[in-house]
Write a protein that binds this ligand. Sequence first.
Ligand code: PLP
Length: 447
Amino acid sequence: MLANSLIELDRAHLIHPVASYRGHEKLGVRVLKSAKGATVTDATGHQLIDGFAGLWCVNAGYGHESIVEAAARQMRELPYATGYFDLGSEAAIRLAAELADRAPGDLNHVYFTLGGSDAIDSTVRFVRYYWHAKGSPERDQFISIEQGYHGSSTVGAGLTALPSFHAGFGVPFDWQHKIPSPYPYRNPVGSDPDAIIAASLAALKEKIEAIGADRVAAFYAEPIQGSGGVIVPPAGWLKAIRELCRQYGILFIADEVITGFGRTGPLFACAHDEIVPDFMTTAKGLTSGYVPMGAMLMADHVYDVIADGAGAAAVGHGYTYSAHPVSAAVGLAVLKLYEGGLLENGVKAGRRLMAGLESLRDHPLVGDVRGRGMLAAVELVVDKARKTPLPAAAAPARRIFDRAWENGLVIRAFAQGVLGYAPPLCCTEGEIDQIVERTRKTLDETL
Ligand code: PLP
């Protein structure tokens, strides 16, 4: 049993991100106590396979001594150094160089943040600065994609297109526009890849023309929409929309906060379509969740415009904890693990995960299975032919999450009846098989 006092303290004092406050007060908190590899143990001693790597972030898995050592060493030697002005630390400089070396094309300039939301915020600030420096301050309109998620800062929440991140907040989002998601399972044009790509291109063109091409500053896309329900666009989609943005002279931002660091196989998902964005945002797997950090990468041509535009003046954008040396030291240690076999294991485990989840298609509740690498989803329906979603009134997401938990599996159950999977890349074959088996058991119990 979890100590009642802890539940009461939580209820009284801790505000949980993205939770129903009144619902949470009733249900109480589930506390995790320890973790190793892909297994987490809660405060009652119950062991679970973490099929969601925390919040799609513990890509390396839990309990790596090399990461702990790197953080401890850095803390002993230099726990803090500002990156402000002309100061810095060796760890941050080295991590920036390593990332630039591995990032697509000429994304050579790295700006470290505390996570994904402020990496996105930073792109908005730098995009605006870029257009001012180019003498086009009227380019102040931004386009993103329905069901996209780009964080929950005041600005990023606007680019995000999930209703609960807007409802009730009253933030003016009138400079942000959306085009439909390239959602193969529920696309009005059907699931044919060429038709989906053509529809996205037409929608983006139409949106740009409606706003006025000379007013649009930037376009944002996740290579795979994560929080929207792991929506995997067809191969070639990312390349096609990137190219359209280039034709219109609009900056293109690839948000790899989830898809980065081996989540879909290669270090960055842009590699699948061989594209080079103007900006790329990352976080999560960058430090594998051991400490907070995000990174925004900027292409040479963008950096030059901003640097020349500023001249001798300071570019006024920064956080006290930008380029934190402990986070950077962790980032370097994590990168070594990825390249020391983890990425490879993730590719193998990802194949097994997809094959396993595909085997669930015979289940009466399973309407769709999709994914790439170690990022996957199972979409549940009550009627396969009509693709009827589970009734929201039955609160299936929470019920399924709870059943899975009792069965020793952490998954993400999205409100619309989509189960999300993002296990650590270190998963063994046995653990992947358990993820699939425990999902089937959970679905049987949900029927
Ligand atoms: N962008 C994407 C694609 C994300 O999935 C997330 C978080 O899940 C963010 C941005 C925001 O990152 P953070 O929660 O670290 O602020």
